[in-house]
Design a protein around this ligand. Structure first.
Ligand code: ZN
Ligand code: ZN
Length: 348
């Protein structure tokens, strides 16, 4: 059966997602036809649905946390074959200066800001079929479900952040926030040999963190700074990863880390923008490192795939039980945007 069209989810305006159909682009010699099987709803996706990221523009054929199975490959594709399970990395041009240096693509004709000839922004990840450059696909262990394999992208962002934070074995790392990204950070830091303490306010997230075997602290029932000092014999953590963005958390982080040489990773974004109030003399004398991170590079995708493929990071507990078909993408966004949810998976 020849596949000629693709059905895809698109955000047309704030609060509205619908399914449309378009012709499937022709597959080039270094491209791959993928039967996309699952796409998980990222915070950036549902924040736009909520109207918090209007600057990204419409119509937005969004999604980027997707996985599926190879259907056909172009004649120049060497390392993928029909039947392989793959997850989607970023689509890069490979020829701009930023790509050549191993960083994210800045080529707007091909990279993430591209607008398709029929006027859509986005990567068409909530689509049943897609044609992708082979270099944007990473082979995944077939024992992972498509919803699990789709965690390669968020985990790659975690790998990038931990690389920037330069965590070392035996260091104590506090992860603030036990949502999807917090618990991915916590598991990856543990895989790298760190002692990880997870701080969270919501009981059901604390429970998931406990079941994963982490030391946890209920931020609503204790003073997180005092508790970290107690757990670290008054030293403070070597590093803090802020997987929630809030002014209060930013301020608290300054006191969670050790007095000298503490490092803080600002992992998440929130709208409206949270603030941080800090005296630059404090950064100077305490030799504090305030580190930002966003996105991932190809090398991070490969490391993230290794972690999932080897079972070092478990993502099944981070997927909500309710799964949605593409036709119910509007309901899927509504659930994803409900506070306290882990990843909502759309099955394609
Ligand atoms: Zn994402
Ligand atoms: Zn590029």
């Amino acid at each position: 059966m020849e596949i000629k069209t693709m059905r895809f989810g698109v955000l047309t305006e704030k609060g509205h997602a619908e399914v449309r159909e378009r012709p499937l682009p022709e597959m080039g010699p270094d491209e791959v036809l993928v039967k996309q099987e699952a796409c998980n709803i990222c915070t950036t996706d549902y924040q736009q649905w909520l109207g918090q990221r209007e600057g990204r523009g419409y119509p937005m054929a969004s999604g980027h946390e997707s996985a599926g199975t190879v259907v056909a490959v172009g004649e120049k594709v060497l390392d993928l074959k029909p039947g392989d399970r793959v997850a989607l990395a970023y689509v890069t041009c490979g020829i701009c200066d930023s790509c050549k240096r191993g960083r994210g693509c800045t080529n707007n004709e091909i990279g993430p800001k591209k607008i398709s000839p029929d006027g859509y922004r986005g990567m068409f990840a909530y689509a049943d079929y897609a044609v992708r450059p082979a270099r944007a696909l990473i082979k995944m262990n077939p024992s992972l479900s498509p919803s699990e394999a789709a965690f390669m992208e968020p985990l790659a962002a975690v790998v990038k952040g931990l690389d920037k934070l330069r965590v070392k074995p035996l260091e104590t790392v506090v992860v603030v926030g036990a949502g999807t990204m917090g618990l991915l950070n916590a598991q990856a830091a543990r895989a790298m040999g760190c002692r990880v303490i997870v701080s969270e306010l919501m009981e059901h997230k604390l429970q998931v963190a406990r079941e994963m075997g982490f030391e946890v602290m209920d931020g609503s029932a204790c003073d997180p700074v005092q508790e970290i000092m107690r757990l670290t014999d008054g030293k403070g953590a070597d590093a803090a990863i802020l997987a929630v963005a809030a002014t209060k958390v930013n301020q608290q982080a300054l006191d969670l880390v050790k007095h000298v040489d503490g490092r803080i990773l600002f992992f998440g974004a929130a709208y409206p923008t949270p603030a941080i109030d800090i005296d630059s003399n404090v950064i100077h004398y305490r030799r504090l490192e305030l580190i930002g991170t966003f996105g991932a590079d190809l090398t991070d995708f490969c490391t993230a795939a290794d972690m999932l493929n080897q079972g070092v990071v478990q993502v099944a507990p981070l997927i909500e039980k309710n799964k949605y078909s593409l036709d119910h993408i509007q309901e899927a966004f509504a659930e994803a945007a409900t506070p306290g949810k882990f990843r909502v998976s759309v099955l394609l």
